[in-house]
Design a binder for this molecule. Structure first.
Ligand SMILES: [Zn+2]
Length: 432
Protein backbone atom coordinates (compact mmCIF):
# COMPACT_ATOMS: atom_id res chain seq x y z
CA UNK A 1 0.00 0.00 0.00
CA UNK A 2 2.24 2.82 -1.20
CA UNK A 3 4.54 2.08 1.72
CA UNK A 4 7.05 4.73 0.77
CA UNK A 5 4.57 7.57 0.53
CA UNK A 6 3.11 6.77 3.90
CA UNK A 7 6.40 6.29 5.66
CA UNK A 8 7.74 9.58 4.36
CA UNK A 9 4.65 11.48 5.43
CA UNK A 10 4.94 13.11 8.86
CA UNK A 11 2.95 11.21 11.54
CA UNK A 12 0.85 14.37 12.17
CA UNK A 13 -0.17 14.42 8.49
CA UNK A 14 -0.94 10.70 8.38
CA UNK A 15 -3.06 10.81 11.53
CA UNK A 16 -5.02 13.89 10.41
CA UNK A 17 -5.67 12.39 6.99
CA UNK A 18 -6.87 9.06 8.32
CA UNK A 19 -9.02 10.34 11.22
CA UNK A 20 -10.84 12.74 8.93
CA UNK A 21 -11.47 9.93 6.44
CA UNK A 22 -12.85 7.70 9.22
CA UNK A 23 -15.13 10.50 10.42
CA UNK A 24 -16.34 11.57 6.97
CA UNK A 25 -17.16 7.97 6.05
CA UNK A 26 -19.42 7.57 9.06
CA UNK A 27 -17.10 5.18 10.85
CA UNK A 28 -16.85 7.07 14.13
CA UNK A 29 -18.48 9.92 16.03
CA UNK A 30 -16.97 13.32 16.76
CA UNK A 31 -15.93 12.30 20.26
CA UNK A 32 -15.25 8.58 19.73
CA UNK A 33 -12.13 7.12 18.25
CA UNK A 34 -8.42 7.74 18.40
CA UNK A 35 -5.33 6.96 16.36
CA UNK A 36 -1.65 6.68 17.17
CA UNK A 37 1.67 6.04 15.47
CA UNK A 38 4.86 4.78 17.13
CA UNK A 39 7.83 6.40 15.36
CA UNK A 40 11.45 5.27 14.90
CA UNK A 41 12.52 7.30 17.98
CA UNK A 42 10.09 5.45 20.23
CA UNK A 43 7.81 8.52 20.52
CA UNK A 44 4.05 8.07 20.12
CA UNK A 45 1.96 10.52 18.06
CA UNK A 46 -1.69 10.47 19.07
CA UNK A 47 -4.99 12.26 18.51
CA UNK A 48 -5.94 14.71 21.29
CA UNK A 49 -8.65 14.23 23.89
CA UNK A 50 -12.05 15.91 23.34
CA UNK A 51 -11.27 17.71 20.08
CA UNK A 52 -13.85 17.72 17.24
CA UNK A 53 -12.89 14.99 14.75
CA UNK A 54 -14.59 16.94 11.99
CA UNK A 55 -12.19 19.91 12.23
CA UNK A 56 -8.99 18.33 13.56
CA UNK A 57 -5.79 19.79 12.04
CA UNK A 58 -2.16 18.70 12.05
CA UNK A 59 -1.22 21.05 14.88
CA UNK A 60 -3.77 19.36 17.17
CA UNK A 61 -1.84 16.05 17.12
CA UNK A 62 0.06 15.31 20.34
CA UNK A 63 3.49 13.72 20.74
CA UNK A 64 4.10 11.62 23.85
CA UNK A 65 7.85 11.27 24.10
CA UNK A 66 9.55 8.03 25.05
CA UNK A 67 10.28 9.50 28.51
CA UNK A 68 6.60 10.45 29.02
CA UNK A 69 6.92 14.18 28.21
CA UNK A 70 3.86 15.49 26.38
CA UNK A 71 4.40 17.91 23.47
CA UNK A 72 1.36 19.70 22.05
CA UNK A 73 -1.54 22.07 22.70
CA UNK A 74 -3.96 19.51 24.16
CA UNK A 75 -4.11 16.46 26.39
CA UNK A 76 -3.50 13.14 24.59
CA UNK A 77 -6.51 10.89 23.97
CA UNK A 78 -8.01 9.45 27.16
CA UNK A 79 -7.50 5.99 25.58
CA UNK A 80 -3.75 6.58 25.29
CA UNK A 81 -3.01 3.88 27.95
CA UNK A 82 -4.24 1.04 25.74
CA UNK A 83 -2.37 2.33 22.68
CA UNK A 84 0.83 2.35 24.74
CA UNK A 85 0.06 -1.10 26.19
CA UNK A 86 -0.34 -2.58 22.67
CA UNK A 87 3.03 -1.18 21.49
CA UNK A 88 4.70 -2.62 24.59
CA UNK A 89 3.57 -6.19 23.89
CA UNK A 90 3.75 -6.19 20.07
CA UNK A 91 6.93 -4.76 18.50
CA UNK A 92 5.53 -5.52 15.00
CA UNK A 93 2.68 -3.02 15.53
CA UNK A 94 3.59 0.58 14.65
CA UNK A 95 0.11 2.12 14.35
CA UNK A 96 -3.17 1.67 16.24
CA UNK A 97 -6.72 2.70 15.36
CA UNK A 98 -9.60 2.66 17.83
CA UNK A 99 -13.13 3.64 16.82
CA UNK A 100 -16.84 2.93 17.25
CA UNK A 101 -17.96 2.03 13.70
CA UNK A 102 -21.64 1.00 13.62
CA UNK A 103 -21.38 -2.58 12.32
CA UNK A 104 -18.44 -3.56 14.54
CA UNK A 105 -20.19 -1.97 17.53
CA UNK A 106 -23.15 -4.24 16.71
CA UNK A 107 -20.78 -7.19 17.05
CA UNK A 108 -19.39 -5.72 20.24
CA UNK A 109 -22.85 -5.54 21.85
CA UNK A 110 -23.97 -9.01 20.79
CA UNK A 111 -20.53 -10.10 22.02
CA UNK A 112 -19.39 -11.89 18.89
CA UNK A 113 -16.50 -11.71 16.42
CA UNK A 114 -17.35 -11.32 12.70
CA UNK A 115 -16.49 -14.41 10.66
CA UNK A 116 -14.19 -12.99 7.98
CA UNK A 117 -14.50 -16.15 5.85
CA UNK A 118 -17.43 -14.36 4.19
CA UNK A 119 -15.15 -12.84 1.48
CA UNK A 120 -11.56 -13.95 0.77
CA UNK A 121 -10.00 -10.47 1.00
CA UNK A 122 -11.58 -9.94 4.42
CA UNK A 123 -9.85 -13.02 5.82
CA UNK A 124 -6.53 -12.19 4.15
CA UNK A 125 -6.46 -8.58 5.32
CA UNK A 126 -8.05 -8.74 8.76
CA UNK A 127 -6.13 -11.79 10.00
CA UNK A 128 -6.93 -13.28 13.41
CA UNK A 129 -9.35 -11.30 15.59
CA UNK A 130 -9.45 -11.25 19.38
CA UNK A 131 -12.14 -10.31 21.87
CA UNK A 132 -11.43 -8.18 24.94
CA UNK A 133 -13.78 -8.14 27.95
CA UNK A 134 -15.32 -4.86 29.12
CA UNK A 135 -13.21 -2.33 31.02
CA UNK A 136 -13.67 1.26 32.20
CA UNK A 137 -12.78 3.64 29.32
CA UNK A 138 -9.38 5.25 29.80
CA UNK A 139 -8.36 2.86 32.60
CA UNK A 140 -5.10 0.94 32.94
CA UNK A 141 -7.28 -2.14 33.48
CA UNK A 142 -8.86 -1.76 29.99
CA UNK A 143 -5.33 -1.32 28.60
CA UNK A 144 -4.27 -4.60 30.20
CA UNK A 145 -7.32 -6.47 28.91
CA UNK A 146 -6.75 -5.25 25.36
CA UNK A 147 -3.00 -5.79 25.44
CA UNK A 148 -3.62 -9.38 26.62
CA UNK A 149 -5.46 -10.05 23.33
CA UNK A 150 -2.41 -8.89 21.35
CA UNK A 151 0.30 -10.33 23.61
CA UNK A 152 1.82 -13.55 22.25
CA UNK A 153 -1.05 -13.95 19.76
CA UNK A 154 -1.39 -13.34 16.02
CA UNK A 155 -4.34 -10.99 16.48
CA UNK A 156 -4.15 -7.74 14.54
CA UNK A 157 -7.70 -6.69 15.50
CA UNK A 158 -9.75 -6.94 18.66
CA UNK A 159 -13.47 -6.49 19.29
CA UNK A 160 -13.94 -4.64 22.60
CA UNK A 161 -16.96 -5.84 24.57
CA UNK A 162 -19.71 -3.18 24.70
CA UNK A 163 -17.37 -0.57 23.30
CA UNK A 164 -15.95 -0.86 19.76
CA UNK A 165 -12.86 -2.11 18.06
CA UNK A 166 -9.09 -1.66 18.07
CA UNK A 167 -6.72 -2.61 15.25
CA UNK A 168 -2.99 -2.63 14.75
CA UNK A 169 -0.85 -2.33 11.65
CA UNK A 170 2.73 -2.29 10.41
CA UNK A 171 1.98 1.35 9.52
CA UNK A 172 -1.10 3.55 9.65
CA UNK A 173 -2.31 2.69 6.16
CA UNK A 174 -2.05 -1.01 6.97
CA UNK A 175 -4.12 -0.48 10.15
CA UNK A 176 -6.66 1.67 8.30
CA UNK A 177 -7.05 -0.88 5.50
CA UNK A 178 -7.72 -3.58 8.10
CA UNK A 179 -10.17 -1.34 9.97
CA UNK A 180 -12.19 -0.46 6.88
CA UNK A 181 -12.16 -4.04 5.57
CA UNK A 182 -13.36 -5.45 8.90
CA UNK A 183 -16.17 -2.88 9.20
CA UNK A 184 -17.35 -3.60 5.63
CA UNK A 185 -17.13 -7.33 6.30
CA UNK A 186 -19.36 -6.83 9.35
CA UNK A 187 -21.81 -4.69 7.32
CA UNK A 188 -22.01 -7.40 4.65
CA UNK A 189 -22.80 -10.12 7.22
CA UNK A 190 -25.41 -7.92 8.93
CA UNK A 191 -27.08 -7.06 5.59
CA UNK A 192 -26.97 -10.71 4.55
CA UNK A 193 -28.60 -11.73 7.83
CA UNK A 194 -31.46 -9.30 7.17
CA UNK A 195 -32.48 -11.16 4.00
CA UNK A 196 -31.30 -14.73 4.63
CA UNK A 197 -28.51 -16.82 6.10
CA UNK A 198 -24.94 -15.95 5.12
CA UNK A 199 -22.75 -18.76 3.82
CA UNK A 200 -19.04 -18.76 4.54
CA UNK A 201 -16.08 -20.01 2.56
CA UNK A 202 -13.94 -22.82 3.94
CA UNK A 203 -10.18 -22.41 4.34
CA UNK A 204 -9.51 -24.48 1.23
CA UNK A 205 -11.57 -22.10 -0.92
CA UNK A 206 -9.76 -19.12 0.57
CA UNK A 207 -6.40 -20.74 -0.17
CA UNK A 208 -7.52 -21.34 -3.76
CA UNK A 209 -8.28 -17.63 -4.03
CA UNK A 210 -4.82 -16.83 -2.65
CA UNK A 211 -3.27 -18.88 -5.47
CA UNK A 212 -5.00 -16.73 -8.10
CA UNK A 213 -2.38 -14.01 -7.77
CA UNK A 214 -0.58 -14.21 -11.12
CA UNK A 215 3.13 -14.86 -10.59
CA UNK A 216 4.26 -15.01 -14.18
CA UNK A 217 2.87 -11.84 -15.74
CA UNK A 218 4.41 -11.11 -19.12
CA UNK A 219 5.58 -7.52 -19.50
CA UNK A 220 6.05 -5.40 -22.59
CA UNK A 221 9.56 -4.13 -23.16
CA UNK A 222 8.58 -0.61 -24.05
CA UNK A 223 5.57 1.58 -23.47
CA UNK A 224 3.97 4.67 -24.99
CA UNK A 225 1.46 7.00 -23.33
CA UNK A 226 -0.55 8.80 -26.01
CA UNK A 227 -2.99 11.48 -24.77
CA UNK A 228 -6.09 9.26 -25.10
CA UNK A 229 -4.36 6.63 -22.96
CA UNK A 230 -3.61 9.26 -20.28
CA UNK A 231 -7.19 10.44 -20.36
CA UNK A 232 -8.38 6.92 -19.53
CA UNK A 233 -6.03 6.89 -16.51
CA UNK A 234 -7.63 10.11 -15.25
CA UNK A 235 -11.14 8.75 -15.78
CA UNK A 236 -10.38 5.52 -13.94
CA UNK A 237 -8.94 7.43 -10.96
CA UNK A 238 -11.89 9.77 -10.69
CA UNK A 239 -14.39 6.88 -10.85
CA UNK A 240 -12.45 4.84 -8.27
CA UNK A 241 -12.37 7.80 -5.87
CA UNK A 242 -16.06 8.41 -6.44
CA UNK A 243 -16.86 4.75 -5.74
CA UNK A 244 -14.90 5.03 -2.47
CA UNK A 245 -16.79 8.18 -1.47
CA UNK A 246 -20.07 6.37 -2.14
CA UNK A 247 -19.08 3.39 0.05
CA UNK A 248 -18.88 1.01 -2.93
CA UNK A 249 -15.13 0.49 -2.82
CA UNK A 250 -12.67 0.59 0.06
CA UNK A 251 -8.87 0.64 0.41
CA UNK A 252 -8.49 -3.04 -0.25
CA UNK A 253 -10.91 -3.86 -3.05
CA UNK A 254 -12.44 -2.69 -6.28
CA UNK A 255 -11.07 -3.19 -9.80
CA UNK A 256 -11.79 -0.92 -12.75
CA UNK A 257 -10.70 -1.31 -16.36
CA UNK A 258 -11.40 0.57 -19.60
CA UNK A 259 -10.80 -0.65 -23.14
CA UNK A 260 -8.23 1.51 -24.86
CA UNK A 261 -8.06 0.12 -28.42
CA UNK A 262 -8.70 -3.33 -29.87
CA UNK A 263 -8.35 -5.69 -26.90
CA UNK A 264 -5.83 -3.48 -25.09
CA UNK A 265 -6.99 -1.85 -21.89
CA UNK A 266 -6.02 -0.03 -18.72
CA UNK A 267 -6.65 -1.54 -15.29
CA UNK A 268 -6.19 -0.72 -11.61
CA UNK A 269 -3.34 -2.39 -9.69
CA UNK A 270 -3.62 -4.46 -6.48
CA UNK A 271 -2.24 -3.14 -3.16
CA UNK A 272 -2.92 0.55 -3.69
CA UNK A 273 -5.38 2.25 -1.34
CA UNK A 274 -8.22 2.89 -3.79
CA UNK A 275 -9.22 6.28 -2.36
CA UNK A 276 -5.64 7.50 -2.87
CA UNK A 277 -5.14 6.10 -6.39
CA UNK A 278 -3.15 8.19 -8.91
CA UNK A 279 -2.94 8.03 -12.74
CA UNK A 280 0.59 6.62 -12.57
CA UNK A 281 -0.71 3.64 -10.54
CA UNK A 282 -2.92 2.44 -13.41
CA UNK A 283 -1.49 -0.44 -15.48
CA UNK A 284 -1.53 -0.56 -19.27
CA UNK A 285 -2.23 -3.99 -20.83
CA UNK A 286 -1.16 -4.18 -24.47
CA UNK A 287 -1.17 -7.37 -26.53
CA UNK A 288 -2.00 -9.30 -23.34
CA UNK A 289 1.19 -8.04 -21.64
CA UNK A 290 1.53 -5.58 -18.77
CA UNK A 291 3.29 -2.24 -18.73
CA UNK A 292 6.97 -2.67 -17.77
CA UNK A 293 7.59 -2.90 -14.01
CA UNK A 294 3.93 -2.89 -12.97
CA UNK A 295 1.54 -5.47 -11.52
CA UNK A 296 -2.09 -5.37 -12.68
CA UNK A 297 -5.10 -6.47 -10.63
CA UNK A 298 -5.23 -10.23 -10.16
CA UNK A 299 -8.47 -10.14 -12.19
CA UNK A 300 -6.75 -8.78 -15.31
CA UNK A 301 -7.00 -12.05 -17.23
CA UNK A 302 -10.76 -12.14 -16.63
CA UNK A 303 -11.00 -8.56 -17.93
CA UNK A 304 -8.91 -9.52 -20.97
CA UNK A 305 -11.27 -12.41 -21.79
CA UNK A 306 -14.34 -10.23 -21.32
CA UNK A 307 -13.02 -7.65 -23.79
CA UNK A 308 -12.00 -10.32 -26.30
CA UNK A 309 -15.40 -12.03 -26.25
CA UNK A 310 -17.64 -8.96 -25.93
CA UNK A 311 -16.89 -6.21 -28.46
CA UNK A 312 -19.77 -4.12 -27.04
CA UNK A 313 -18.14 -3.90 -23.59
CA UNK A 314 -15.72 -1.01 -23.15
CA UNK A 315 -15.49 -0.76 -19.37
CA UNK A 316 -15.70 -3.13 -16.39
CA UNK A 317 -16.05 -2.58 -12.64
CA UNK A 318 -15.64 -5.40 -10.14
CA UNK A 319 -16.25 -4.63 -6.46
CA UNK A 320 -17.95 -5.75 -3.23
CA UNK A 321 -20.53 -3.19 -2.08
CA UNK A 322 -22.02 -4.29 1.26
CA UNK A 323 -25.67 -4.50 0.14
CA UNK A 324 -25.04 -6.28 -3.16
CA UNK A 325 -22.81 -8.70 -1.31
CA UNK A 326 -25.71 -9.52 1.02
CA UNK A 327 -27.14 -11.21 -2.08
CA UNK A 328 -23.74 -12.52 -3.08
CA UNK A 329 -23.32 -14.31 0.25
CA UNK A 330 -26.77 -15.77 0.93
CA UNK A 331 -27.88 -17.33 -2.35
CA UNK A 332 -31.06 -15.22 -2.07
CA UNK A 333 -32.07 -14.07 -5.56
CA UNK A 334 -31.20 -10.41 -6.24
CA UNK A 335 -34.52 -9.43 -7.81
CA UNK A 336 -34.03 -6.14 -9.66
CA UNK A 337 -37.70 -5.96 -10.66
CA UNK A 338 -38.10 -3.38 -7.93
CA UNK A 339 -38.41 -0.07 -9.79
CA UNK A 340 -38.25 0.52 -13.58
CA UNK A 341 -34.78 2.11 -13.45
CA UNK A 342 -33.23 -0.96 -11.78
CA UNK A 343 -34.58 -3.43 -14.29
CA UNK A 344 -33.82 -1.23 -17.32
CA UNK A 345 -30.22 -0.72 -16.18
CA UNK A 346 -29.48 -4.24 -15.01
CA UNK A 347 -32.11 -6.59 -16.43
CA UNK A 348 -31.85 -9.89 -14.56
CA UNK A 349 -28.62 -10.40 -12.59
CA UNK A 350 -27.42 -14.03 -12.38
CA UNK A 351 -25.29 -15.28 -9.48
CA UNK A 352 -22.47 -17.71 -10.32
CA UNK A 353 -20.63 -19.95 -7.80
CA UNK A 354 -17.41 -18.90 -6.05
CA UNK A 355 -14.41 -19.86 -8.18
CA UNK A 356 -16.18 -19.24 -11.51
CA UNK A 357 -13.95 -16.19 -11.91
CA UNK A 358 -10.71 -18.11 -11.48
CA UNK A 359 -8.13 -18.41 -14.22
CA UNK A 360 -9.09 -20.69 -17.10
CA UNK A 361 -12.86 -20.51 -16.46
CA UNK A 362 -14.78 -18.80 -19.27
CA UNK A 363 -18.23 -18.86 -17.65
CA UNK A 364 -18.39 -15.12 -16.94
CA UNK A 365 -17.04 -13.82 -20.30
CA UNK A 366 -19.57 -16.11 -21.99
CA UNK A 367 -22.46 -15.25 -19.69
CA UNK A 368 -22.11 -11.49 -20.17
CA UNK A 369 -24.05 -10.03 -23.09
CA UNK A 370 -26.10 -6.97 -24.01
CA UNK A 371 -28.95 -8.39 -21.96
CA UNK A 372 -26.74 -9.57 -19.06
CA UNK A 373 -24.55 -6.57 -18.18
CA UNK A 374 -23.90 -7.62 -14.56
CA UNK A 375 -23.17 -10.80 -12.63
CA UNK A 376 -22.82 -11.59 -8.93
CA UNK A 377 -20.00 -13.95 -7.98
CA UNK A 378 -20.87 -15.80 -4.77
CA UNK A 379 -18.74 -14.75 -1.77
CA UNK A 380 -16.55 -12.67 -4.02
CA UNK A 381 -17.87 -9.68 -5.90
CA UNK A 382 -20.28 -7.95 -8.23
CA UNK A 383 -19.08 -7.45 -11.78
CA UNK A 384 -20.73 -4.84 -13.98
CA UNK A 385 -20.00 -3.89 -17.57
CA UNK A 386 -20.98 -1.18 -20.04
CA UNK A 387 -19.88 1.06 -22.84
CA UNK A 388 -18.60 4.33 -21.30
CA UNK A 389 -17.11 4.10 -17.81
CA UNK A 390 -19.65 6.56 -16.40
CA UNK A 391 -22.49 4.36 -17.68
CA UNK A 392 -20.94 1.32 -16.01
CA UNK A 393 -20.52 3.29 -12.79
CA UNK A 394 -24.15 4.40 -12.97
CA UNK A 395 -25.18 0.75 -13.29
CA UNK A 396 -23.10 -0.07 -10.23
CA UNK A 397 -24.80 2.70 -8.26
CA UNK A 398 -28.26 1.59 -9.40
CA UNK A 399 -27.43 -1.99 -8.42
CA UNK A 400 -26.16 -1.09 -4.94
CA UNK A 401 -29.09 1.27 -4.32
CA UNK A 402 -31.54 -1.46 -5.39
CA UNK A 403 -29.87 -3.97 -3.11
CA UNK A 404 -29.96 -1.43 -0.28
CA UNK A 405 -33.69 -0.82 -0.77
CA UNK A 406 -34.31 -4.55 -0.75
CA UNK A 407 -32.27 -5.06 2.43
CA UNK A 408 -33.92 -2.08 4.13
CA UNK A 409 -37.35 -3.22 2.95
CA UNK A 410 -36.93 -6.77 4.27
CA UNK A 411 -38.30 -6.00 7.77
CA UNK A 412 -41.30 -4.19 6.19
CA UNK A 413 -42.70 -7.22 4.44
CA UNK A 414 -42.72 -9.19 1.24
CA UNK A 415 -41.24 -7.72 -1.95
CA UNK A 416 -43.85 -7.32 -4.68
CA UNK A 417 -41.93 -7.15 -7.96
CA UNK A 418 -42.96 -5.50 -11.22
CA UNK A 419 -44.93 -8.17 -13.13
CA UNK A 420 -44.02 -9.85 -16.43
CA UNK A 421 -46.39 -7.71 -18.47
CA UNK A 422 -44.93 -4.51 -17.02
CA UNK A 423 -41.41 -5.85 -17.71
CA UNK A 424 -42.36 -6.53 -21.36
CA UNK A 425 -43.58 -2.93 -21.66
CA UNK A 426 -40.29 -1.65 -20.25
CA UNK A 427 -38.38 -3.86 -22.68
CA UNK A 428 -40.33 -2.50 -25.66
CA UNK A 429 -40.03 1.12 -24.58
CA UNK A 430 -36.46 1.29 -23.31
CA UNK A 431 -34.48 -1.61 -24.71
CA UNK A 432 -36.43 -2.14 -27.98
ZN1 LIG B 1 -13.79 4.25 22.54
Amino acid sequence: MKQLDVKLMHPRVQITKVISRIYKNGMTTTSGGNISILDENGDIWVTPSAIDKGTLTEKDIICVKKDGTIVGDHKPSSEFPFHKAIYEVRPDIKAVIHAHPPALVSYSIVREIPNTNIIPQAREICGAIGYAPYGMPGSEELGEKIAAEFDGKDNMAVIMENHGTVLGGSDLLDAYTRFETLEFCARTIINASAIGTPTYLNDEQINEFGKQIPHDIAHNESVAYPPEEREIRQNICSIVRRACDQGMMISSYGTVSVRWKDNDFLITPPNVARWDIMPEDIVQIKGGKAEPGKTPSRAFELHQKIYEQNPHINSIILTQPPHLMAYGTTGVKFDVRTIPESWIFLQDVPCVPFGTHFKGNDTIPELLSESVPAVLIANDSFIVTGDKLLQTFDRLEVAEFSAKSLVMGAPLGELKPINDEQIEDLRKNFLG
